[in-house]
Design a protein around this ligand. Sequence first.
Ligand code: AMP
Ligand code: MG
Length: 408
Amino acid sequence: MRDPMIDFESARLKIFNATPMLGTKTVSLARCEGYVLAEKIVTKESIPSFDSSAVDGYAVRCEDIEIAGKNKPVALKLVGEVRAGGTAGDKVGKNSALRIFTGAPVPRQATAVVMIEDTEESNGVVFIKKSAGRGQHIRKKGKEFRKGQEIFSPGNYISPPVVAMLASSGVTKIKVYRKPRVSLLVTGDELRPPSSKLKPGEIRDSNSFALIASLHSMGIDNVDVMRVKDTEADTRRSFLKALKTADVVISVGGVSVGKYDLVKETLHKIGVRQVYWRIAMKPGKPNYFGVKGKKLIFGLPGNPVSALVSFYVLVRPALWKLMGRTDESSFIVKARLTDTITKNPGRMEFVRGIVNRTGSGELFVSPLKTRDSHMTGGMVAANCLIYFPKESGKLELSSLVDVELLLW
Ligand code: AMP
Ligand code: MG
């Protein structure tokens, strides 16, 4: 008897529960992007670390300019200048002003900065044409973070703005989760490299390139690729070799029910424990997941669209977990369908779609016409996957549906 198919949600859950987080290592600030923090980061100083000016203008005491207006300028004595990187040595006493630039420290006696546009300067006198509230245009010390405050927790993904914050906090060595080593096994006697002139019956291998690209787009560079013949000996030899070094082995093709689909049986024989085989989803029914020790083994279907969709909705979340990510790595939104779509109940379908925002700000999603799993064109045009639930047979025009954005 064939193994029963499992639901997509159960498959996701089983993968999540079987996936460990990898060990940690230390990286430098200049090379930390795309990793996930494995430590909390606490500020060593206040951010900002001193009161500074938010504009180019004049540092003043606001009580001196209370009555200032467009036609009633208040004259103050210019007592000097302070630039970004300078020190606010000059005193701002009664009825005086200090020329100040963005980022320059504000002297203690000054209580506001008036922007240059509201002033005029001539012969050592500054005419202020607008009154100012206390603290105007001053970036206060510690306004964003106090000294000793936790700014990041373990599990935070290091995006470019995180890098900026680490740099401004003076953090130069960062403890992060290691990224996985991945082995990619591409099965199929019909496959030839893209540069080949094809003989009848042969096709060019696109999956290995598409999957390497998918891994690269997640910042995973440690990937090796093996091309595998549809024989048990070659399948066995390749998996054994891959399992020696990789944290994750991803095979493509050969995982269905055909005579030359050898992945599942071979993995069983070499001691990989099957977690599931076949998911009630479309595209991507022939899908395998197994574990050996802490290693994960994914057997993806060979159809290019099935392979990419399976990678996106099943493998990618597991890779993020291995890399320590606990914040949300997938992006699911609600959008309104621009067409009615139908299917037979029984399998969850990921319909390729194009999501767009209208003038009113609402999200609309247009399902693509090509729903065949061997046509990569549909995948190229799509920017999202519409979740068409397993038991549903129809999603009505104008109904709100779940849509996962494809963030390649
Ligand atoms: P399989 O899952 O091995 O039965 O393959 C399903 C379909 O996908 C077949 O038409 C294969 O020729 C095709 N296919 C398998 N592997 C690849 C690949 N690496 N690149 C492009 N097409 C593939
Ligand atoms: Mg095959």
